[in-house]
Write a protein of this length. Structure first.
Length: 344
C-alpha cells in the first residue's frame, strides 16, 4: 500500500510499504477514506522528532476515518462495512489515571501516527475501543474532523463553559477554530475570538463568534473587558502558545474565572501569580481528549452539519501531502484544515 512515512525532520516520503497484518482480537483493519493533518504533524515535519520516537519510521496521521475491512475475533458491535472514526490515542485501562476516567493521562498512552503507524495511508490497524461509528448522514470530509473537535470539546469541558457565560478563544488557527465551534456548542455568550489573520477571524465569525478581535490593531485585553462590561470573561482558552499569551489570557479573565492552557509555549513563561491568586483565577491545563467522552460528542456535533464547510482549506491526494499539505502548513500559509484522500 501507499503511505506517508516519517523519516526525520523535513523528510516525509509517500512510498510503498507492506499492507497491515490481519487484525488482532480487539483491532479493526480500516480502509482509510480521509485523513487530515494538523500543527503537530507540521511540527514533527519541520523540526522533529518531538513526539515520534527518535530514529523511528512511522506512518503519519492521527486524524483519519475509514471503512472496516476486517474486525478482530473479540470486537463487539462493529462489523465489516461500518464507517468509523478513530480517536487515535490508546490507553491501558488499568493505571490510576485510567481508573479515574482520565484515559488521556494513561501511563502507557500512545498515539497512532506518532508512536505507532497512523492513517495517512491506504489502510490502517486501529484498536476497536478507540473507534466511534459514523452516522450515515455524516460525510467522510466531516467525520475526519472528529478527533481534533474532540480535543477542543475536552478543552472547553476542562474550562467548565456553561450557557450564558462569556468566553474567549485566543488564536483561531488550527485547533482554535474547533475551540470556537465547541464553545458555541456549549452556549458561551458572548463568545469572543482573537487572532491576527483576516481569514481566521472570518472563520471565527462564521462559526458563531459574537465579537471578533483583530490583535494586530486592537488591544485584546481592552476589547474583552469592553465586551464583558468591564468584568472579563468567565473562561479564556489560550491556543497560541506564544510568549506572554497565558499572562494576557489571565488579564482577560474575571475574578473567579478560568484560563484553559492549550497552546504549548516553547520557553518558560512569566506569570503574575500574586495577581492571579488574589483574583482566584483557575489555571487549567488540557491535553488531547478522553476518547469515550469527547469523541462521541464530536461526532454528534458534526452530525449537525456545517463545520467542515467552514474549517477545511483543501483536500489533497496522498502523493501531494508534503508539497500541498505539510510544507505550506509549516510555512504558515494555510489557515484551514488540509484533508488527505488516500485513493487519489
Amino acid at each position: 500500500m501507499r503511505a506517508a512515512v516519517y523519516h526525520g525532520p523535513g523528510d516525509v516520503r509517500v512510498e510503498s510499504v507492506p499492507d497491515p497484518r490481519d487484525p488482532g482480537p480487539h483491532e479493526l483493519l480500516l480502509q482509510v477514506t480521509r485523513g487530515s493533518i494538523c500543527g503537530t504533524d507540521a511540527s514533527e515535519f519541520a523540526s522533529g522528532p518531538h513526539l515520534i520516537p527518535r530514529d523511528a519510521r512511522v506512518i503519519l496521521g492521527h486524524e483519519f476515518t475509514g471503512t472496516v475491512v476486517a474486525a478482530g475475533s473479540e470486537v463487539d458491535g462493529i462489523l465489516p462495512g461500518a464507517r468509523v472514526v478513530a480517536g487515535a490515542g490508546m490507553w491501558c485501562g488499568e493505571c490510576p489515571p485510567c481508573r479515574a476516567g482520565r484515559t488521556n493521562l494513561c501511563r502507557s498512552y500512545y498515539t497512532l501516527g506518532l508512536q505507532a503507524d497512523g492513517g495517512l495511508a491506504e489502510y490502517v490497524l486501529a484498536p476497536s475501543k478507540m473507534c466511534e461509528t459514523v452516522p450515515e448522514g455524516v460525510s467522510d470530509d466531516a467525520a475526519v474532523l472528529a478527533q481534533p473537535l474532540a480535543v477542543a470539546l475536552h478543552a472547553v469541558r476542562r474550562g467548565g463553559i456553561t450557557p450564558g457565560e462569556p468566553a474567549v478563544v485566543i488564536g483561531v488557527g488550527g485547533i482554535g477554530a474547533f475551540l470556537v465551534a465547541a464553545a458555541k456548542a456549549r452556549g458561551a455568550a458572548p463568545l469572543i475570538a482573537a487572532d491576527v489573520r483576516d481569514r481566521r477571524l472570518e472563520t471565527a465569525r462564521r462559526l458563531g463568534a459574537d465579537v471578533i478581535v483583530d490583535a494586530r490593531s486592537q488591544d485584546v485585553v481592552a476589547a474583552v473587558l469592553e465586551a464583558t462590561g468591564g468584568e472579563g470573561a468567565a473562561v479564556v482558552v489560550e491556543a497560541t502558545g506564544r510568549d506572554g499569551a497565558t499572562a494576557a489570557a489571565a488579564a482577560c479573565t474575571r475574578r473567579g474565572g478560568r484560563v484553559v492552557m492549550l497552546g504549548l509555549p516553547t520557553t518558560p513563561q512569566l506569570l503574575d501569580v500574586a495577581k492571579i491568586s488574589l483574583a482566584e483565577i483557575d489555571l487549567v491545563a488540557t491535553l488531547a481528549h478522553v476518547c469515550k467522552v469527547d469523541l462521541p460528542e464530536a461526532v454528534a456535533v458534526l452530525a449537525g452539519g456545517g463545520l467542515h464547510d467552514v474549517v477545511v482549506d483543501r483536500t489533497v491526494p496522498l502523493d501531494a501531502v508534503v508539497e500541498e499539505g505539510l510544507a505550506p502548513l509549516t510555512a504558515g500559509s494555510l489557515d484551514g484544515k488540509v484533508l488527505v484522500a488516500p485513493a487519489g
